[in-house]
Design a binder for this molecule. Structure first.
Ligand SMILES: Cc1ncc(COP(=O)(O)O)c(C=O)c1O
Length: 388
């Protein structure tokens, strides 16, 4: 045998006794026989086929996130938007109608309004916190109700159990984007939701390293979503799945600390001149505090506030920060600040932004795991520089 052939066919060392799981960086799988290959392809025998739709590292992440969300099954996907695309393509057809929470992540709204409507699907936006409006807007053709709770950055809450009941009555599916609270602080499936959706690169990852998404729910709903994945290839990379799996092991500890740090920063900012309308879901005056207590076990570490001034002053304030990072991501160990009107919600019309409260002088902080005292001091020095 030539040395090149010998090198190429050298078999891997068995890694079963490695304490940390290995990353299954493989596109394909060896079959013991032609019969087995055929059985795996047809689904008659369970097992790996091809990493576009089955991969051990992705499967491990799926089992972990399903357990955390109290779901029967999960499917890992390329991104949160790939998860939304999968939901739409799997469960909608021409003539269907979708109800979508207003003020949710701008790209989600854009996907449904700009793309799904091209294929004969009607999309209506409804305020997430107005349960009566959902009752009013639902119609015979409504097949999907899509919400985020809380919304980001305005922190409005959807009444998940009543939306679940409404969806069920109408033979529609309630899909809840649980990216902000994570399963540690909210389990929408236990409140009646049909599918939970995640942008996995946020709190599940925890350190802003990878992009990924997931859908969790009953096997009968996840199975067709995986079939869509098989035909389209919106798959999660095995490496990203490995990072997310590791992230899930520290998720609870991180979420508790994020919330603790956020409460500290909130207390300090309450006293700051120049800051108006400070929003947090643990705010004692939050108009939906009873509902928050009922359906959440903790709080997203997001603080949203308005600065006394116009957009130019807000941008000066942001540019004066030395520690807090200017970044549109959330769920990172580093505290981050975003100007929603010009970034995450820039695709909404000015009128819609105004209606949702996303004014030009609004900023969003996502509090990290860095020392909250240092974060407060950085915000104070930046405020001083623009308000003096
Ligand atoms: C709440 C929420 N859902 C979904 C998404 C989209 O996820 P991804 O960026 O992974 O496509 C985002 C965005 O970043 C988000 O903030």
């Amino acid at each position: 045998m030539q040395s090149i052939t010998q090198a190429i066919h050298t078999r891997p060392v068995c890694t079963r006794d490695s304490h940390a799981e290995s990353v299954a960086l493989t596109s394909a799988y060896d079959f013991a026989s032609a019969e087995q290959a055929s059985a795996r392809f047809s689904g008659a025998e369970p097992g790996n086929v091809y990493s576009r739709f089955t991969n051990p590292s992705v499967a491990l992440f799926e089992r972990k996130i399903a357990a955390l969300e109290a779901g029967e099954a999960a499917v890992g996907l390329a991104s949160g938007m790939a998860a939304y695309l999968t939901v739409g393509m799997t469960f909608l057809q021409q003539g269907d109608h979708v109800l979508i929470g207003s003020g949710i992540f701008g790209t989600t709204t854009h996907l449904f309004r700009e793309y799904f409507t091209r294929f004969g699907i009607e999309v209506t936006s409804v305020a997430v916190n107005d349960s009566a409006a959902w009752q009013k807007k639902i119609k015979k053709q409504t097949r999907l109700l899509l919400v985020e709770s809380p919304t980001n950055p305005m922190l409005q809450i959807a009444h998940l159990s009543s939306l679940a009941a409404l969806a069920k009555k109408n033979n529609a599916l309630l899909v809840v984007d649980n990216t902000l609270l994570s399963p540690i602080f909210q389990q929408p499936l236990t409140l009646g939701a049909d599918i939970v959706l995640h942008s996995a690169g946020k709190f599940l990852d925890g350190q802003g390293r990878c992009v990924g998404g997931a859908l969790i729910g009953k096997t009968e709903l996840i199975k067709p979503a995986r079939a869509y994945l098989r035909s389209t290839g919106v798959c999660m990379s095995p490496f990203n799945a490995w990072v997310f799996s590791k992230g899930l092991e520290t998720l609870q500890a991180r979420m508790l600390m994020h919330e603790q740090n956020c409460r500290y920063v909130y207390q300090a900012l309450q006293q700051e001149a120049g800051i108006t309308d400070l929003f947090a879901t643990f705010h004692t005056q939050h108009p939906q505090r009873m509902l928050i207590q009922q359906q959440q076990k903790g709080h997203v570490p997001i603080l949203t506030f308005r600065l006394d001034g116009d957009k130019a002053r807000v941008w000066c304030f942001m540019n004066a920060l030395k520690l807090v990072r200017l970044c549109t991501n959330i769920g990172d160990a580093q505290t981050m600040i975003t100007h929603p009107a010009s970034t995450t919600h820039g695709r909404y019309s000015t009128e819609e932004r105004q209606k949702s409260g996303i004014s030009d002088n609004l900023v969003r902080l996502c509090i990290g795991l860095d020392d909250p005292g240092d974060v407060v001091r950085d915000i104070q020095q930046a405020l001083k520089s623009v308000l003096s």
